[in-house]
Design a protein. Structure first.
Length: 133
């Protein structure tokens, strides 16, 4: 799993984002239309396991956030391996549940589809075992 304030030391942003640390997380200024945050991969998913990602942040605009993920079968991110969620102005607390049994090699979080200001308060990921399929 990954969580806690140290997660902000282990994420990378692309050229469409400028970042500043703050006391509780990270401020992001999105300056382009393809803002990507690369997260640490989670290892050790069992057959009935799923990965849950939680992202808490404040947004200056209504937009769409996306999680892209890759496994060992692909080299690049694709629309087929994407989860989306609506983002509202103000507080957002998003949960993403990745498919069962996927062996992740990378996770990318796109906080927005447009320029704006975002205060990232928490990113957490963990593997959960589900008693059903």
């Amino acid at each position: 799993s990954f969580s806690g304030p140290e997660i902000f030391d282990n994420i990378n942003v692309n050229q469409d984002i400028s970042r500043e640390e703050n006391t509780s997380g990270m401020n992001l200024r999105v300056v382009g239309y393809d803002p990507a945050i690369t997260l640490p991969a989670l290892e050790g998913v069992e057959e009935n396991g799923k990965i849950v990602l939680r992202v808490k942040f404040r947004s200056s605009s209504a937009t769409v956030a996306k999680i892209y993920y890759k496994d060992q079968s692909v080299q690049t991110y694709s629309v087929k391996m994407t989860l989306k969620s609506q983002v509202h102005i103000g507080e957002n607390d998003l949960l993403f549940l990745l498919p069962k049994g996927i062996l992740l090699t990378a996770i990318r979080f796109d906080i927005s589809e447009e320029p704006g200001l975002y205060a990232l308060d928490e990113i957490a990921g963990k593997i959960v075992e589900l008693p059903y399929n």
